[in-house]
Design a protein around this ligand. Structure first.
Ligand SMILES: Cc1cc2nc3c(=O)[nH]c(=O)nc-3n(C[C@H](O)[C@H](O)[C@H](O)COP(=O)(O)OP(=O)(O)OC[C@H]3O[C@@H](n4cnc5c(N)ncnc54)[C@H](O)[C@@H]3O)c2cc1C
Length: 646
């Protein structure tokens, strides 16, 4: 349609919809529309078959709002709940002043086949759009039904405030979706006159934000979260570049139904959705052959990595892990178990490779992971019905909500670019110093990598107690992200190259919110060897890894170089601050003779990686909550456990 023609047609639609709104659809004739728009009957019927067709145009206006909403990037999304409510309220505000028009639209849609089909298509469009952010059909259906139900009810009940009604109904739905019965674990009711406890959290990564979020719910605790960088999130920091959303650390969640994030979701009333990586499209490549990864029974049976007897053997091993009767848990390391196992080399290699990919470590390190840790980890993962998921919209959807929760409590401050430089004990308080201030606290939580904890406590009375954690080694990988202007190929969603010890994830195949329309986001990760003679050898090794990664892109994603829009290479990214191998030791949440609390992915907690950051943070918040409760019951100031002597 030419621009002028479109303009004319749009003008007629605009005027007609206005007249329908003011007078009611049935009270406006075609002649009146023609007179009001200054067109002729011929022109009118050239554009439209009748009045109904103009009425149907209302749905197209709503679609424009939906399309705008779909363009919002994860960075603009504070929470899933807010994001979806925003859509329903934007649509509502367009309807609010068109009560009569909407009555006609609903009534006529039931009588007129063409209008009926258009309405049906519009509802489907809304539902499909909601699914893009909330890929759970039951929940999406409920929200869309409440949205339409509220409009129909409003059509029948006079011209009261639709937006208010919509807000109230959506709030009820979200309350239900958040499982209210499991909240309040941390809510301690406290009389008004109680003394408050002052808590400092050092570090604004996933762990620090989680701990502060939990504590911000308690009325008798106030606090400060110190973060040395200009932004929150730590290694889960997310940033946008040319329409692509890049995570510093990836946002895959293993076994989400049994993962700590699901506990946080309920207890902190977080709202986010996740999408499962298609298990049938998760591949392992070995000796140039590509086969399905053994994530579940179907994949094990399909995979070409094992022969029939080996498949039976592996299924039996998985079943024993699930039943908690696998002897692996009694071995100091996976290597010790494999050395005694009579399984074939392929089965052994598979174990090694599974541990590599889930723990993000090199094969030689996989053999050093403790048998008990592996046994517990795979007990959970094999039992999970949702083994690998992505948080839709990146970690930002979670960190934004934690931040909002802390800030809205009005009892906590978040200070950015305020790295804590020193800590000392004076007058029964801990004094924290940054370059700009000095503040005192009753309790201090360290929510940062163990290496940085040791550094901060150097030359203090507590240093000797941390000595055995100082030598812990981290897990480091090379990360190569590429954002492509188009989908160049999609042979699978994940491929782990067992020969070269690296893997590529087609992140956008699962999380489409991270790319501009039609784009593709690939992330290659290589496990790194960390023993080098000198700096030159290390540099040569890293350069060679990068070339290998590019060759892997060439092989599976030909044409990526021409479509390249964004590129990010991180030659040494710290995945886990303490590699969970038998020769390392995770830092406990409390340490004898040290009065602080420790959380983060290098501390004792459930799971690996981010799960350990979340779980250890929740644990320390629970400990402090219990102490705050005990303190409020006592009249006098409590002595600090583990305060330095002498
Ligand atoms: C490439 C990569 C891929 C990953 N993939 C996954 C994955 O798929 N799934 C998963 O679960 N996990 C993954 N992870 C791991 C996950 O990102 C981390 O486990 C998690 O983010 C750790 O959070 P944290 O709060 O313990 O530590 P950090 O994120 O390190 O937070 C510590 C914070 O403390 C601040 N800080 C340090 N010292 C001070 C000081 N003196 N004063 C004030 N502030 C200070 C730092 O600036 C930082 O913001 C990945 C990580 C990487 C790097």
């Amino acid at each position: 349609m030419r621009i002028n023609t479109r303009k004319k047609r749009d003008a007629v639609i605009g005027t007609a919809l206005r007249l329908f709104t003011e007078k009611g659809y049935e009270n406006v004739s075609v002649e009146e529309i023609i007179a009001a728009t200054g067109t002729s009957k011929g022109t009118f019927y050239h554009y439209f078959r009748g009045k109904e067709e103009i009425l149907a145009e209302f749905g197209n206006r709503q679609r424009t709002i939906i399309d705008q909403w779909l363009k919002r990037t994860p960075k603009q999304v504070e929470s899933l709940e807010g994001h979806l409510n925003g859509l329903f309220l934007d649509l509502t505000s367009n309807i609010q002043n068109a009560h009569r028009l909407h009555r006609s639209l609903i009534g006529l849609s039931l009588l007129n086949d063409a209008l009926y089909e258009k309405q049906q298509a519009d509802i489907q469009y809304l539902y499909d759009s909601v699914l893009r952010w909330l890929p759970e059909p039951g929940r999406a259906e409920l929200l869309v039904s409440v949205y339409f139900g509220t409009i129909v009810r409003w059509c029948f009940s006079g011209e009261d405030d639709l937006a208010e009604r919509m807000k109230a109904n959506l709030a009820h739905v979200w309350n239900g979706l958040r499982h209210p019965q499991s909240e309040a674990v941390f809510r301690v009711s406290t009389p008004k006159e109680e003394r408050s406890m002052r808590v400092a959290v050092i570090g604004g990564g996933l762990a620090g934000l989680t701990a502060a979020s939990y504590l911000s719910e308690l009325e008798n605790i106030e606090g400060v979260l110190f973060e040395r960088s200009p932004h929150l999130g730590g290694r889960a920091f997310t940033y946008e570049k040319a329409g692509f959303t890049l995570n510093y650390g990836a946002h895959a969640i293993y076994g989400i139904d049994r993962h700590e994030i699901s506990t946080l979701e309920k207890e902190l009333a977080l709202s986010f959705s996740s999408k499962q990586v298609d298990k049938r499209r998760v591949m392992y490549a070995k000796n140039g052959q590509i086969a399905t990864a053994p994530l579940d029974f179907v994949n094990i049976m399909k995979t070409g990595l094992l022969n029939t007897m080996e498949k039976v053997r592996f299924v039996a091993e998985a079943a024993a892990i699930i039943a908690h009767i696998h002897t692996m848990k009694n071995y100091p390391t996976l290597g010790d178990y494999l050395a005694e196992s009579n399984a074939s080399e392929d089965v052994k290699e598979l174990w090694e490779h599974l541990v590599c990919s889930n723990f993000f470590i090199a094969p030689e390190d996989a053999r050093k992971v403790s048998g008990a840790v592996i046994s517990e980890y795979y007990h959970n993962l094999f039992l999970s019905t949702r083994p690998v998921n992505y948080v839709l919209g990146s970690w930002a959807v979670i960190t934004n909500q934690l931040k909002q929760k802390i800030e809205t409590s009005n009892r906590w401050n978040i200070l950015l670019q305020e790295g804590v430089d020193s800590i000392r004990y004076a007058d029964k308080k801990f004094v924290l110093r940054t370059k700009n201030r000095e503040e005192t606290f009753d309790k201090v939580i360290f929510a940062m990598p163990v290496q940085q904890v040791c550094k901060l406590l150097k030359n203090t009375a507590w240093e000797p107690f941390l000595a055995e954690y100082e030598g812990n080694t981290p897990t480091e990988v090379m990360v190569y992200d590429i954002g492509l202007s188009r989908v160049v190929a999609r042979p699978f969603n994940y491929i782990s190259d067992m020969d070269n010890k690296m893997f590529i994830t087609d992140v956008s195949a699962t999380d489409h919110t991270l790319v501009p329309e039609g784009g593709q986001l690939l992330q290659a990760i290589a496990y790194l060897n960390d023993e080098f003679e000198d700096e030159e050898e290390r540099k040569a090794y890293l350069d060679q890894k990068m070339e290998q990664m590019e060759r892997l892109f060439d092989r599976h994603y030909p044409g990526w170089r021409e479509a390249l829009a964004v590129k990010r290479v991180s030659k040494k990214a710290m995945v886990s601050s303490v590699k969970n191998i038998a020769t390392n030791k995770l830092l406990p949440n409390r340490l004898e003779n040290v009065p602080f609390y420790f959380c983060g992915d290098g501390c004792v907690g459930k799971g690996e990686l981010a799960e350990r950051a979340f779980s250890s943070a929740r644990r320390v918040a629970q400990m402090i909550a219990a102490e705050a409760k005990a303190m409020s019951a006592k009249p006098a100031a409590p002595a600090h456990a583990g305060e330095p002597r002498g």
